[in-house]
Design a protein around this ligand. Structure first.
Ligand code: GDP
Ligand code: MN
Ligand code: MN
Ligand code: MN
Length: 249
């Protein structure tokens, strides 16, 4: 498998045709997969906002005040308001805002980004990243994965995850395959799009590098069945269920 950064992409602006900008710079073939940082998908879709567009209600002011006390750092209640508006559930509100976004992804601050955006601007995640991926996949005739950099529980540091995908299953199902001792695998469903997103994110970097698009070539999915299950439903999400009853105090 090879990962190749797409060179020379400009600063992306609302309305830009990302598919054409990529196609002008790389030759995609039938075994390519395109990974795109959500940052540029958001920029192209005009998901740039100013904090002034989110006048804070009482709930947002309360959350920001508490976070401000806990962290000894002033928190903008308009940012808390933006997080609330982008979310369907506030899972924890201290010491950070862990939410479910409107499209089912659980992350800190609804994935709202303040890096690689202009002064006073915030960048919201794409409204429906899998629909964005589907449009790009259609235009380019290759699978597309939309990534974001996220933290994770239990471990330090962040890494790339898939928040939208099209043209490839999310997972490959190893159940029924044999291990090296001939025992049949009973539970392993491997989330391939997160693994590819992490690899692409490693190439893209997090700073001023200007590499939001990475092409994966020669990845072999194999003969296994695929599945599109990605974000857990609450019924089978025991960690989230536990967090719902958890309080920071
Ligand atoms: P995220 O992981 O989706 O939040 O995206 P990041 O903000 O971490 O950026 C990922 C990569 O894309 C980094 O290499 C950035 O320098 C690059 N990047 C972000 N915005 C742009 C842009 O508008 N144009 C270009 N060429 N690169 C960008
Ligand atoms: Mn991000
Ligand atoms: Mn990133
Ligand atoms: Mn193993």
């Amino acid at each position: 498998m090879r990962l190749t950064p797409v060179p020379g992409l400009p600063e992306i602006r609302p309305g830009d045709d990302l598919a054409s900008l990529v196609a002008e710079r790389v030759d995609l073939s039938s075994d390519s997969i395109l990974c795109l940082a959500s940052t540029v998908v958001s920029k192209a879709e005009g998901r740039i906002a100013s904090l002034d567009e989110f006048p804070a209600g009482p709930r947002a002011r309360e959350i920001a005040a508490r976070l401000g006390e806990l962290t000894d750092e002033e928190k903008d209640p308009r940012f808390a308001q933006a997080v609330l508006e982008e979310s369907t559930e506030l899972i924890t509100e201290a010491p950070f805002l862990l939410t479910e976004t409107r499209f089912g992804h659980v992350c800190v601050n609804a994935g709202i980004d303040r890096s690689n955006t202009g002064d006073g601007e915030i960048l919201l995640l794409p409204e429906r990243p899998s629909e964005s991926a589907a449009r790009l996949s259609e235009a380019l005739s290759v699978p597309v994965i939309v990534t974001d950099t996220c933290g994770r529980p239990f471990r330090h540091g962040q890494r790339g995850v898939a928040i939208g995908w099209a043209g490839t299953p999310a997972s490959r199902d190893w159940r029924g395959e044999n291990d090296r001792d001939g025992r049949e695998l009973g539970v392993t469903v491997e989330n391939v799009i997160d693994e590819l997103a992490a690899a692409a994110n490693l190439v893209a970097g997090e700073g001023a590098g200007g590499v939001p698009a990475v092409v994966v070539e020669d990845f072999e999915f194999g003969e296994m069945d695929g599945s599109d299950e990605h974000f857990r439903e609450i019924e089978s999400d025991y960690v989230r269920q536990a967090l719902r009853g958890w309080s920071y105090d």
